[in-house]
Design a protein around this ligand. Sequence first.
Ligand code: MN
Length: 482
Amino acid sequence: MIITGKEHNWEIVCGLEIHCQIISEAKIFSGASTRFGADANENVSFVDAGMPGMLPVLNGYCVHQAVKTGLGLRAKINNYSEFSRKNYFYADMPTGYQITQFLYPIVGEGVVTVDLDDGSSKDIRIERMHIEQDAGKSIHDIDPNKTFIDLNRAGVGLMEIVTKPDFRSPEEAGAFLRKLRSILRYLGTCDGNMDEGSMRCDINVSVRPEGSDELRTRCEMKNVNSVKFVMQAIENEARRHVEVYENGGSIEQETRRFDPATGLTKALRKKEFAHDYRYFPEPDLPPLVLSDEYIRKVADELPELPDAKKARFVDKLGLTKYDASVICENKEVADFFEKAAAGHDAKKVANWLMGDFFAMLKRKNINIEESPVTAENLGALVELIEKNVISGKIAKDVFEIMSETGDSPAKIVEEKGLKQVTDAGAIEAIVDRVIAENQDKVGAYKGGKTGLMGWFVGQVIKESKGKANPQVVNSLLAEKLN
Ligand code: MN
């Protein structure tokens, strides 16, 4: 995206930092549960509450999840990483510091390929990913004069993914977040629900004259909680920078708040720098050392990820790139599609899935797991059309009934007698062919051997592989022979 300026045009330079809650039964440094929706302070161990003398113990499963994620981001997994203390005071962080990783993160450089609306792809470089603990929550809206603290979230494991400043438009950032969420969900390492706060996005934005490679002062917006808001925040913040520069002003490095109501950003505080946090190596945890063998083992567990699945759907099943990327964004959709397409025309199944089927989910406001139309039944419907049992037009009616009753298409076609009506045209063609190929018998029939009618009916039904309705065949033959 290029912003038009007075003397020259401007280009957006944007990088993202995404905090992703690790899917794990227990917190990263304690045995307390991570269950969402528990009563306030129900899931708090002495470690999470920062009680004196309590020692953190690293949860091996969180490490496993982080390594899996790093591999899914096609990133280097570091054999050696370290935990550090990031010191700052906040009421919902009782220790007064966060255990995080600073100089030596668990995951190094990687890359995520995003698919853009114009059909092109772009590689977004990952700078690093580290693991750390989440803070608790301050609740300001229970009492007008008091703030309440809920430590259930304190100590939940986070993966902080930092990108290089590779985004040149809000659309690229939006496509990246959707792709990242898709990868994390395929991996099962983060549920990616931005509205529940399990994926939170910090945005760094600056602008520069189009074509230049300078990096100007950036501003940061923290904890933006939807893809749409991230895109809005980038565009509006970039436009603000351009306006400031064009009026001869300068941008100060600061943290700004994105206001979802107006779409605008407001200055919050001057940006903190690393030295403000007095980072030092965490004395209560040893360095984290991972063997190559451990990393290989985790790699062996990786599922097929969206890019690989998409390539397979294009190469092996003949889908278009666009269809494949829509279907592969969500693992449940991709699995449903594969089940439905097994043994059928995959392209036709994809059309049904992305057309009537998605429209049905949207209309009913349900997700694919709740669909009354099963994958097998969608495949069976396409098969009925492929085999000319029903026309595409009748299939739409059958689909509507399937989405209400959950019945199989065969049952519906049978019960509603839909076969007969639609087959009339196909039957007529067979009737014509049988008549044309058996002129001797036609002559005999016309000469008085009316008993041959039964033979003609039998021939047509045989030719239709048993699907032609005898009554329709009878009346068509009577019409043509008499
Ligand atoms: Mn962080």
